[in-house]
Write a protein that binds this ligand. Structure first.
Ligand code: NAD
Length: 359
C-alpha cells in the first residue's frame, strides 16, 4: 500500500475529494489514504488554515491529492495553495488540456499540456507597496542606476528568472514529453522586450533542448502564442512557460476544452507532488452534492500516472471519458441545458464512473 495524503479542502472540496477517493479505490490502486484538513473551516476551529499534522503528513508521504481551498480576501492569511507550493518547492505545474467527447466546446481534438514554472517570475512574492520607506529607497536606487525614471507613487513587483529555475523546468518539460511520447516542446516568452529575464529563459530553453534531439523544439512570443492557440491549437503539444504566462495560458487552454469542470492539474517537485483541480472551492455550491467531480478525478489519474500506476490511470480516465460521452449520469454543467432536471449530483456521477470500472 502507498500512503497518500487526502486534503479535504473547503467549499465543494470535501464532496469532490470523497467522490475522487472512491473512484481511485475502484481502479484497484493500492492506496492508503490519510485524510487531512486545510482551509477556512479548520481555520475557524484551530486558528490556522493548515494544521501541522496536515503539513507533516504531506511531507512524510511526498504525495497529496488536494481538494480546493478558499483564499479569503482581505484577511490575514495568504493563499494556502501558494504556501504549499513554496514550502515543498513544487516547481512544476502540469496542466493537461484535452477534449473529451460530450463536453461542449468550440474546439474538438485538443490535446495540449501546459508546463508552468511555479516558483519564480512576478509571482515570487517580492513586492514593494507604494509610499513605503523601503519602496522609496528602492525607487531612489533604481532612478540613480537607470535612464528611465520611476515616480514616488509607484508600487513595484520584482520578476526574478534564474538559469537554474529555468533549466529545471525546461528539463522537466522535455523529460515529461519523452516519457509520455509527445512530439514537440514549445517555449513561451517575451524575450523581445524583457531581454534579461525572458531573454535568459529563451537562451536556457535552447541550451536544454540540445540535450533532447528526439523531441522537436520551438519558441513563441507569448502574445503570438495566444493567437495561435485560438486559431490553430492542433499545431502545439507541450508548452513550457514562466509562471505568469503559464497561469494565464492555463485558463485559456482550459477554455479550449470546455472549462474548469474538466481541467486537472499537478504541482510537482523533486521531493513531493500535489495533485489538484484547476478550479477553486466554488463556495456557493458547497454541501449541495451538485458540482462536477471530474477535474479532481482526472487529477487523481495524473497522480496514479506519477506513481507509476499507468494501467489504473488509463482505466480511470477511460471510465470518466465514457460517462461524459454517454451524457446521462453527468452533473448540470455537462448538460446542454444547465437547468436540465436529469442532471445527477456529484456522488451519482462518481457512482457511474465506478460502475464503468466494473466495481
Ligand atoms: P471557482 O473555480 O471556485 O468557481 C467559479 C465558478 O466556476 C463557480 O461558481 C462555478 O460556477 C464554476 N465551477 C467551479 N468548479 C466547478 C465544478 N467542479 N463543477 C461545476 N462548476 C464549477 O473560482 P472562484 O469563485 O474565483 O474561487 C473561489 C475560491 O476558490 C477563492 O477563494 C479562490 O481563491 C479559491 N481557489 C482555490 C484554488 C485551489 O485550491 N487550488 C484554485 C482557484 C481558486
Amino acid at each position: 500500500m502507498t500512503k497518500v495524503t487526502l486534503i479535504l479542502g473547503d467549499g465543494i472540496g470535501p464532496e469532490i475529494a470523497e467522490a475522487t477517493r472512491r473512484c481511485i479505490d475502484a481502479t484497484g490502486a493500492k492506496i492508503e489514504w490519510e485524510p487531512r484538513e486545510a482551509g477556512v473551516d479548520v481555520m475557524k476551529r484551530l486558528g490556522t488554515p493548515i494544521p501541522d499534522e496536515t503539513m507533516e503528513s504531506v511531507k512524510r508521504n511526498g504525495c497529496a491529492l488536494k481538494a480546493p481551498i478558499t483564499t479569503p480576501v482581505g484577511t490575514g492569511f495568504r493563499s494556502i495553495n501558494v504556501y504549499l507550493r513554496q514550502e515543498l518547492n513544487l516547481y512544476a505545474c502540469l496542466r493537461p488540456c484535452k477534449s473529451y467527447k460530450g463536453v461542449r466546446s468550440k474546439y474538438q481534438d485538443i490535446d495540449l499540456v501546459i508546463v508552468r514554472e511555479n516558483t519564480e517570475d512576478l509571482y515570487a512574492g517580492i513586492e514593494y507597496e507604494k509610499g513605503k520607506d523601503e519602496t522609496l529607497e528602492l525607487i531612489g536606487w533604481l532612478n540613480a542606476h537607470s535612464k528611465r525614471k520611476i515616480g514616488p507613487d509607484a508600487g513595484i513587483s520584482i520578476k526574478p528568472i534564474s538559469v537554474e529555475g529555468t533549466r529545471r523546468i525546461v528539463r522537466y518539460a522535455f523529460e515529461y514529453a519523452r516519457k509520455m511520447k509527445r512530439r514537440k516542446v514549445t517555449s513561451v516568452h517575451k524575450a523581445n522586450i524583457m531581454k534579461f529575464t525572458d531573454g535568459l529563459w529563451l537562451e536556457v530553453s535552447r541550451e536544454v533542448a540540445k540535450g533532447y534531439p528526439d523531441i522537436e523544439f520551438e519558441d513563441r512570443i507569448v502574445d503570438n502564442m495566444c493567437m495561435q492557440l485560438v486559431q490553430k491549437p492542433e499545431l502545439y503539444d507541450v508548452l513550457v512557460l514562466p509562471n505568469l504566462y503559464g497561469d494565464i495560458l492555463s485558463d485559456l487552454c482550459a477554455g479550449l476544452v470546455g472549462g474548469l469542470g474538466v481541467a486537472p492539474g499537478a504541482n510537482i517537485g523533486d521531493k513531493g507532488a500535489i495533485f489538484e483541480a484547476t478550479h477553486g472551492s466554488a463556495p456557493k455550491y458547497a454541501g449541495q452534492n451538485k458540482v462536477n467531480p471530474v477535474a479532481l478525478i482526472l487529477s487523481g489519474a495524473l497522480m496514479l500516472q506519477h506513481m507509476g500506476m499507468n494501467a489504473e490511470a488509463k482505466r480511470l480516465e477511460k471510465a470518466v471519458a465514457d460517462v461524459i460521452a454517454e451524457g446521462k449520469d453527468v452533473t448540470y454543467d455537462l448538460k446542454a441545458d444547465r437547468n436540465d432536471p436529469t442532471a445527477v449530483g456529484t456522488r451519482e456521477m462518481a457512482d457511474a464512473i465506478i460502475r464503468k470500472l466494473g466495481r
